[in-house]
Design a protein around this ligand. Structure first.
Ligand SMILES: Nc1nc2c(ncn2[C@@H]2O[C@H](COP(=O)(O)OP(=O)(O)OP(=O)(O)O)[C@@H](O)[C@H]2O)c(=O)[nH]1
Ligand SMILES: [Mg+2]
Ligand SMILES: [Zn+2]
Length: 327
């Protein structure tokens, strides 16, 4: 029998059969997909073959095969840095939820996410959530961020999940598709799913007042069928986004605005650092490429792991407050 994985909690997988029943399944022995070393062999979104096992009090299943994935989105596992974690597979669209302050989302985080999505060929839409909370400076920051990404071809939406702004437009984009919500903890992924489908009652939690971080309320990725012919995968908040190993020459190919220009660089193996006659550096000097994007590129190139800090801006502010108090 064939089914679709809706939830994975480590040892058990919830699989929806072709008839529409949900069956709790385990994996038969240990098998791995060819080519990827991941901490989770089966992910939400996988199409699997399974056999039923009936005991006196329950019907469970055993998964013995995974169908080839159309695509998947991975990140480096937090603890085992050489292992990957497959967040979800067979996705049509990813919606990356972004908040400006509570919690802060950095350019660097967004760029790392986008590079991975580009590498795995998954369309990403940026969703700026919590627009109802913006004061004037926050609004300016948000609009600038949106400008940077719209300029290079990413679709952006402005949403308030609590005041239902932009929610219908988002629903429209999800019809007939499998979508995934991603972003830091506390950006409002589960709240947004509830806004679209109030009957789901997904658990949500206010962000910590002190740290301005979310509290990791959602702990497992899970797919839901929505009443307007759409499927959504709600995922746990991610901290830093570890990029899966890539060849250095490959990275700029996943920055669409670099990709367009790189044939104009003098050297065809140009890494856009110190090389002469580099089209990307020239565009940067003309302000046609955003510095934030170039900085993210350099960090990825140098293999820096992302350190997700609360906000360096807040840190700076704290220091200046302290010095002020000392006076
Ligand atoms: N004012 C306002 N608050 C929001 C909005 N969206 C979400 N929130 C609040 O943000 C907090 C976090 O929301 P969640 O939906 O739990 O966030 P999440 O992204 O699912 O977090 P994790 O499950 O931890 O990854 C909750 O208190 C929500 O009520 C919004 O558009 N406006
Ligand atoms: Mg959640
Ligand atoms: Zn170059």
């Amino acid at each position: 029998m064939t089914g679709l994985v809706y939830k994975s909690t480590g040892s058990w997988y919830t699989v929806k059969s072709e008839k529409g029943d949900f069956i709790e399944c385990r994996m038969k022995g240990k098998f791995r997909m060819k080519g990827i070393k991941s901490t989770n062999p089966i992910a939400v979104g996988d199409i699997v073959d399974y056999e039923l096992e009936e005991t006196s009090d329950a019907v469970t299943g055993t998964i013995f095969n995974i169908h080839e994935r159309k695509n998947y989105i991975v990140r480096k596992s937090v603890n085992l840095s050489h292992q990957m974690h497959i967040i979800a597979s067979n996705i049509d669209r990813v919606f990356l939820l972004i908040t400006i302050n509570n919690p802060p989302t950095t350019f660097n985080f967004i760029d790392r996410f986008l590079v991975t999505a580009e590498a795995y060929n998954i369309e990403t839409i940026l969703v700026f959530n919590k627009i109802d909370t913006f004061d004037e400076p926050t609004l300016e920051d948000q609009l600038y961020m949106q400008y940077v990404y719209q300029q290079i071809g990413y679709k952006c939406l402005r949403v308030s999940s609590t005041e239902m702004k932009g929610v219908d437009e988002l629903k429209e984009m999800m019809i007939g598709k499998v979508s995934m919500f991603s972003g830091h903890s506390g950006v409002g992924k589960s709240t947004l799913v509830n806004a679209m489908e109030p009957s789901l009652h997904l658990k949500t939690k206010t962000i910590s007042e002190a740290s301005k971080q979310g509290q990791h309320t959602t702990t497992f990725a899970e797919m839901y069928d929505l009443s307007f012919n759409a499927k959504i995968i709600d995922t746990p908040g991610i901290k830093g986004f570890g990029i899966v190993d890539m060849e250095k020459e490959e990275i700029s190919g996943y920055f669409p605005e670099f990709f367009k220009l790189k044939d104009q660089c003098k050297f065809n193996n140009c890494l856009h650092k110190e090389e002469p006659h580099c089209a990307i550096k020239a565009a940067l000097e003309r302000d046609e490429i955003a510095w934030s994007r170039y900085n993210s590129y350099l960090k990825i190139l140098e293999g820096d792991e992302e350190n997700y800090r609360t906000d360096s801006y807040d840190e700076d502010r704290k220091i200046s407050d302290e010095t002020r108090n000392q006076k």
